[in-house]
Design a protein around this ligand. Structure first.
Ligand code: FA5
Length: 355
C-alpha cells in the first residue's frame, strides 16, 4: 500500500461493488445470499480487507477512500436486502402455487363404507324373528364340551359326535381339566339360555361356529349359524312349521312352500330338515335345486324331553322347538352366490355388489 495506490483503491472498491452486485444477483437462495454477504462485508470479507489498508494511506487521501468505501458498502447492503426480499417473496409464491386448489377440477369420489353381505343377512334374519317376538342373545365361541355335546344328549363316545369335526382346546394351556372346544354349532346356547331363564323362552342366537372341515364351495371351517329356540306350555310342531314358513316367505319372498323331512339331531325329537320350494324354477327343477325342486335350508325339531329335564324344566308341562341355520347358505341362495369362500375373500368386486 502506498500513495501511488490511490487509483488502485478506487479500482478495487469499484471491482468489489461491481462483482459483489453481480454475485448478489446470481444467488439462488437465502443460504447462498448469506454466504455472499460474509464474503463481501463480513469481518474477514473483501471490504474489511480493503479498509484495513486505509490506515497506511496519507491522511489527506483517507476521507476520499473512506467515502467511496461507504458508498460501495451501502450499495452492496441495499442490493443484499433487495435480493433477500425478492428471494423470500419468490419462496412464498412457490409455496402458495404448490398449495393452490383448483376449485374447477372435478372432485374425487369418496368410497362409502357398507355392511358386509353376511352382516346384512344376519340382521335381516334376526329382524324377521324379532318381529315375531324373539329376543336376540349371543354366547361364547369357546365352549365347554358339556354345553356343546353332553347337555345336548351327545355324551362322550356317542356316534353323533362324528357329525361335528371339532377343534379342541388344550386343557393344560386353558388351565382347566374340563374338556373345552370351539363351538361346532350355536345349539349350546339352547342350554345356557334355559339354565338362565324360566319359560316362556323365545330367543334367536346369531354367532360364529368352528369345524375342522375340508374347505370347499359350501364349507368353511369358520362360519355363522343362527339358532332359534321357543319353549312354553303347549308349543307344538305346528308352531315350528308356521314360524319357519313365515321366515322363509319373508326372506325369499312370494308364497314359498316349505317341506319338512325326518332328520336326526340327538337333542330334538322328532328332528327334521326344512327345505323351501326352489324360487329359481318355482319347483320345476333346475341347476340351483339340483333338479329336485327343493332347497334344504336348516335343521330343526321339537326339543328333546331329556334336554328340558336336564335344565330343570318339566317336560310334562312345557314343550319347545329349536332350529339352526347357516346364514351364508341363505345369502348364497338369495343372491345366487356359488362359492361360500367369496364371503371372506375380501375382494371388493364381490363386496361392492351388496350396497
Ligand atoms: C346343526 O349344526 C344343528 N345344531 C342344527 C339344529 C339346531 C338342529 C336346532 C336341530 C335343532 P348342521 O350341522 O346341519 O346342524 O348345521 C346347520 C347349518 O349350518 C347347515 O345347514 C349349514 O347351513 C351350516 N353349516 C354347517 N357346517 C357348515 C360349514 N362347514 N360351513 C358353512 N356352513 C355350515
Amino acid at each position: 500500500m502506498s500513495g501511488e495506490g490511490r487509483g488502485d483503491w478506487r479500482g478495487e472498491l469499484e471491482a468489489l461493488e461491481r462483482e459483489g452486485l453481480a454475485a448478489i444477483a446470481a444467488v439462488a437462495d437465502a443460504a447462498g445470499l448469506e454466504q455472499v454477504r460474509v464474503q463481501l462485508l463480513g469481518r474477514k470479507g473483501r471490504l474489511t480487507g480493503i479498509l484495513r489498508g486505509v490506515a497506511a494511506l496519507p491522511a489527506a487521501e483517507r476521507p476520499a477512500v473512506g467515502a467511496r468505501a461507504n458508498t460501495a458498502k451501502a450499495a452492496l447492503e441495499a442490493a443484499l436486502e433487495a435480493r433477500r426480499a425478492a428471494l423470500e417473496a419468490g419462496a412464498r409464491a412457490a409455496a402458495v402455487a404448490r398449495e393452490r386448489v383448483d376449485v374447477t377440477l372435478p372432485g374425487r369420489p369418496v368410497g362409502g363404507g357398507r355392511l358386509h353381505p353376511l352382516t346384512q343377512i344376519l340382521e335381516e334374519i334376526c329382524s324377521v324373528f324379532v318381529e315375531m317376538g324373539f329376543r336376540v342373545v349371543e354366547g361364547p365361541e369357546v365352549e365347554w364340551d358339556y354345553y356343546n355335546f353332553e347337555a345336548l344328549n351327545i355324551p362322550e363316545g356317542h356316534p353323533a359326535r362324528d357329525m361335528w369335526d371339532t377343534f379342541w382346546v388344550d386343557p393344560a394351556s386353558a388351565g382347566t381339566d374340563r374338556p373345552m372346544l370351539l363351538r361346532t354349532h350355536t345349539s349350546p346356547m339352547q342350554i345356557r339360555v334355559m339354565e338362565a331363564t324360566r319359560p316362556p323362552v323365545r330367543v334367536i342366537v346369531p354367532g360364529k361356529c368352528y369345524r375342522y372341515e375340508a374347505v370347499d364351495a359350501s364349507h368353511e371351517s369358520q362360519f355363522h349359524q343362527v339358532e332359534g329356540l321357543a319353549v312354553d306350555a303347549g308349543i307344538t310342531f305346528a308352531h315350528l312349521k308356521g314360524t319357519l314358513q313365515q321366515f322363509a316367505r319373508r326372506i325369499f319372498g312370494g308364497e314359498r312352500r316349505v317341506r319338512f323331512r325326518c332328520d336326526y339331531f340327538p337333542f330334538v325329537e322328532p328332528g327334521v330338515d326344512m327345505s323351501i320350494d326352489c324360487f329359481a324354477c318355482q319347483g320345476a327343477g333346475c341347476r340351483l335345486c339340483k333338479g329336485t325342486g327343493w332347497i334344504e335350508i336348516l335343521g330343526a325339531g321339537m326339543v328333546h324331553p331329556d334336554v328340558l329335564a336336564r335344565v330343570g324344566y318339566d317336560p310334562a308341562r312345557v314343550t319347545g322347538f329349536a332350529f339352526g341355520m347357516g346364514p351364508a347358505r341363505i345369502a348364497m341362495l338369495k343372491h345366487g352366490i356359488e362359492d361360500i369362500r367369496l364371503f371372506h375373500g375380501n375382494d371388493p368386486r364381490f363386496l361392492r355388489q351388496f350396497p
